[in-house]
Structures are given as structure tokens and as C-alpha cells.
Design a protein around this ligand. Structure first.
Ligand code: 5AD
Ligand code: FES
Length: 348
């Protein structure tokens, strides 16, 4: 049995086997196709042709962290900072709800202005106004107590990419006050509190080796998250990695298929970063096993300011245009964009 067949049969491999499989698959179209076919078979078995949509509200680009790859890190003095008011956030939700969104993702930097109580107040307001919607938070590392308060306020899900499961790579990409252990602890805390949890990593981040990616896969299998967000690393001009090459679309697509096989029921977005690196990146992601898209609901006036990396797409479009565009893109590869909340089917 080949290593690809073994993976398909067991939904798992050892770290060394993952390295071997990625190495073979990168050089062999037939292996990648076989993995994509199995990924699509699994996604259809669990989700049919449905693609879930999440309305992304990037509500603050202030951040107290200094992750070296990120365009909105604290150290970037040239970033034009903004934060949305509660009223602006609620009007994004109102518009989103009219457009058919039933999940709102509040994403932002780690902005101390949004204290535990301010966040809880916003979550309560969305919960009261949109009882049929899921509320997802993506605001970084916080204490167990903060996560608990927001859960009780009505949040359902939390996205916190682990960024890389390799200690060594994590410490080269982040300042010394950040740690992988802390990041993982946050993910376990969120899960214990009953959130649907999303982890994930960047593909092709500076210095990343195949071993590091294999480590990510081993960690994902162990964590068994409800959602996994991956996208290519893309350099930002105001970071130390400005001159580094971006992550590869081909490798990202392969990893989407592998993650679908590893965690068959996982919610797996075809990300904006993938669409930034290739005009058809998101379509290719969907055709390789992804089943979620996350169009932007942020006010157009602020879109360009939430610049995690260069050349980010969808920064000039209104929410309705973005949703319409994605619906057509989803249909072009044989799937349908649906309005359902799209809760996870992963059992914890
Ligand atoms: N390229 C690609 N993705 C990035 N992110 C941050 N900076 C970059 C970059 N330069 C991703 C991180 C983070 C998510 C919100 O955006 O993985 O978790
Ligand atoms: Fe945003 Fe196409 S998905 S404009």
C-alpha cells in the first residue's frame, strides 16, 4: 500500500509519514488528485454541496502584539489605526443579516480598548438582535475568565490560529513574550468552555520546513478542532519579512485536501489569503475539500486598513458585491453558497 493509500485508509499518519507523503505529493499530480478526490468525497458525504458563509467584521486593527509577519503588529508605526464603534459593528450585522449571513465573525487585533466588559456588551447586543445567528470571536489570547464571560454573553465559536505547532519556528516568528504553550492552552481552554474552536496555520511562513508542517498536522489531529483555517503566508512591506517569498498555492491546496482527510467533518475555509495569491485560489480550495468562505462585511472605508499582508483582495467592494461575487465563484465549481449557520458536526 502506498503512503497516500495508507493515509486515506487510516485518516492519520506519523510525523515522518506526513513528511514523506507531502514530499511525494508535491512531485506527483496523480497523488495530489487522489487526495483531492478523497477529500471531495468526504466533504460531500458530510456536507453535500453546501458551502457555508461567514460575515467577517474586522472591527479593530489596533494590536498589542508584535508577530513579526503581520502588517498590523504593534511595531508597524505606519499602519493607519481604526476601531469600529459598537453601533458600526451592529450596522455591519444588520446589513449582513439582510444579505443572508447567519454567522458573524468579529475579528480584530488584541486591542486593550476592547476590555472584557466592552466585548461582552457587544456580544450581548448581537445575541439579542440576531438570535438565529452564530457569533464567532477572533480576538487573540485572553484569560480563561475572559473567554468564559464572552461565552456566557452569547459567543458560540472562537478562531485562534496556532500559526505553527513547531516550538522552534513559533519562536522565530514571534517576540519572546509570546509562546506556543500559551497559545495551545488558550485553544484547550476555549474548547473546555464549550466553544466551537478553530485553529490553523500559515503555509510557507519564513523558515517553515516540511517537518514543521507535519508537526501542524499531528497537532491538529490531537486537538481535533471544529474548524481549521490555513492560508499562504504573504509578505507585508512593513515587516522584516518584506522580501521573503509567499507560501505556495499548490502546497496550500494539497494541505486543504490532507486536512479534510485527517479531520473529515472539519469546517474548512477557502481563505482570502488563498484568493490573494491566485485569482482562482478560493475555487481551487473548494475543489480540494474546503467548505466555507468568509466574505468581508467590514465598512469599505476601513477595509484597506486591516492589512495583514500586501495586496489583500476584496478591499474595495461593498458587502453585497463581495457576497454576490463569492456565490458565483462557489457555483462555478459546482457547489452552492447557503445561508445556514453551518455549525460544526465534530463531536468533542
Ligand atoms: N500572511 C498571511 N497570513 C497572515 N496572517 C497574519 N499575517 C499574515 C501574513 N503576512 C494570518 C495569521 C492570523 C490571521 C488572522 O491572519 O495566521 O492568525
Ligand atoms: Fe469579495 Fe469577490 S469575494 S469581491
Amino acid at each position: 500500500m502506498s503512503i497516500a493509500e495508507k493515509f486515506i485508509k487510516n485518516n492519520n499518519l506519523t510525523k515522518e509519514e506526513f513528511i514523506e507523503l507531502i514530499r511525494f505529493a508535491e512531485q506527483d499530480d496523480a497523488i495530489r488528485q487522489m487526495l483531492a478526490d478523497e477529500a471531495v468525497r468526504l466533504r460531500k458525504e458530510h456536507y453535500g454541496l453546501d458551502v457555508y458563509t461567514r460575515g467577517l467584521i474586522e472591527f479593530t486593527n489596533y494590536c498589542k502584539n508584535d508577530c513579526y509577519y503581520c502588517g498590523i503588529r504593534r511595531g508597524n508605526r505606519n499602519a493607519e489605526r481604526y476601531r469600529l464603534t459598537k453601533e458600526e459593528i451592529l450596522s455591519c450585522c444588520e446589513e449582513g443579516h439582510k444579505l443572508g449571513f447567519r454567522t458573524f465573525v468579529l475579528q480584530g487585533g488584541e486591542d486593550p480598548y476592547f476590555t472584557d466588559e466592552r466585548m461582552a456588551d457587544i456580544v450581548r447586543a448581537i445575541r439579542a438582535g440576531y438570535p438565529d445567528c452564530a457569533i464567532t470571536l477572533s480576538v487573540g489570547e485572553h484569560s480563561y475568565e475572559s473567554y468564559k464571560l464572552w461565552k456566557e454573553a452569547g459567543a458560540d465559536r472562537y478562531l485562534l490560529r496556532h500559526e505553527t505547532a513547531s516550538e522552534e519556528l513559533y519562536s522565530t516568528l514571534h517576540p519572546k513574550e509570546m509562546s506556543l504553550a500559551e497559545r495551545k492552552q488558550c485553544l484547550y481552554n476555549l474548547r473546555e468552555l464549550g466553544y466551537q474552536v478553530g485553529a490553523g496555520f500559515m503555509v510557507g511562513s519564513p523558515g517553515q520546513r516540511l517537518e514543521d508542517i507535519a508537526e501542524d498536522l499531528v497537532f491538529l489531529k490531537e486537538l481535533n478542532p471544529h474548524m481549521v483555517g490555513i492560508g499562504p503566508f504573504i509578505p507585508h512591506h512593513e515587516t522584516r519579512y518584506a522580501g521573503e517569498p509567499a507560501g505556495s498555492v499548490k502546497q496550500t491546496i494539497l494541505l486543504l485536501s490532507m486536512i479534510r482527510i485527517l479531520l473529515p467533518k472539519v469546517l474548512l475555509p477557502a481563505t482570502t489569503a488563498l484568493g490573494t495569491m491566485d485569482p482562482l485560489g478560493r475555487e481551487k480550495g473548494l475543489a480540494a475539500g474546503a467548505n466555507v468562505v468568509m466574505p468581508n462585511l467590514s465598512p469599505v472605508k476601513n477595509r484597506k486598513q486591516y492589512e495583514l499582508y500586501d495586496n489583500k483582495i476584496c478591499t474595495g467592494e461593498e458587502a453585497a458585491e463581495c457576497r454576490g461575487c463569492l456565490a458565483r465563484r462557489v457555483a462555478s465549481v459546482g457547489y452552492r453558497l447557503v445561508s445556514a449557520r453551518g455549525d460544526s458536526m465534530v463531536q468533542q
